[in-house]
Design a protein around this ligand. Structure first.
Ligand code: AP5
Ligand code: ZN
Length: 213
């Protein structure tokens, strides 16, 4: 399966991805996670991406297309992949389709996490992550056993720098202006399924599994 997850910040892409990944043995490619790792280790890519990410704006198409082009060629991704947070512009979608056409494959399904903007601030400002594993918690909806501490390793949890109400505003603007057209692009190809992303996590998982079965 070759899947794209599209949805605004906090819609649950990163929460559902690990579950789907394990169920169907896919690789999980999250451009946001890859960029954050590059920023943290100050690679040339990270240095170029940092400013836009902190402002809640999109990083340039060429940078992210480059990362994905390398990643989908990896042997571990040949069985299929989940793209989480990519493509985010129509240009990225066109480039992705070209890359896949060269491999003789294409996207099977686009899962559109539909949810009202009003719900997202609470989800974003309550999020806590364990950086090395990617495990995600929420102070209200998915609290860790001990506040601020990862359940599995006992290591500290952190909050993302862009998870403030102010930066969320820019991220939502970017989503509506630049990413929603990607949903239309794939709708025309008949690839899109809409999910009720405002439901509790387990119910969203059920919907996802129904769509993929
Ligand atoms: P990215 O990391 O992709 O961030 P995002 O799109 O803003 O999405 P989030 O990670 O915030 O949301 P999510 O849907 O994964 O939510 P989650 O499941 O964690 O991108 C960051 C930045 O990188 C961008 O701003 C841009 O600068 C750059 N970038 C990345 N990709 C790019 C690209 N392709 N092109 C250009 N630039 C790019 O859930 C959120 C919280 O809610 C969690 O605490 C979770 O526990 C909770 N939660 C989840 N589901 C539920 C539920 N059903 N009910 C209750 N709570 C829930
Ligand atoms: Zn995410």
């Amino acid at each position: 399966k070759r899947l794209i997850l599209i949805g605004p910040p906090g819609s649950g892409k990163g929460t559902q991805s690990p579950i789907i990944k394990d169920e169907y043995c896919l690789c999980h490619l999250a451009t946001g996670d890859m960029l954050r790792a590059a920023v943290a280790t100050k690679t040339p890519l990270g240095v170029k991406a940092k400013e836009a990410m902190e402002k809640g704006e999109l990083v340039s198409d060429d940078l992210v297309v480059g990362i994905i082009d390398d990643a989908i060629k990896k042997p571990s991704c040949q069985k299929g992949f989940i793209l989480d947070g990519f493509p985010r512009t129509v240009v990225q979608a066109e480039k992705l389709d070209d890359m896949l056409a060269k491999q003789g494959t294409k996207i099977d399904k686009v899962l559109n996490f539909s949810i009202d903007d009003a719900i997202l601030e609470e989800r974003i400002t309550g999020r806590w992550i364990h950086p090395s594993s990617g495990r995600t918690y929420h102070s209200k909806f998915a609290p860790p056993k001990v506040p601020g501490v990862d359940d599995v390793t006992g290591e500290p949890l952190i909050q993302r720098k862009d998870d403030t109400a102010a930066v969320l505003k820019s991220r939502l603007e970017a989503f509506h202006r630049q990413t929603e057209p990607v949903v239309d692009y794939y709708s025309k190809k008949g690839a899109v399924t809409n999910l009720h992303a405002d439901k509790p996590t387990e119910e969203v998982t059920k919907e996802v599994k129904m769509v993929l079965s």
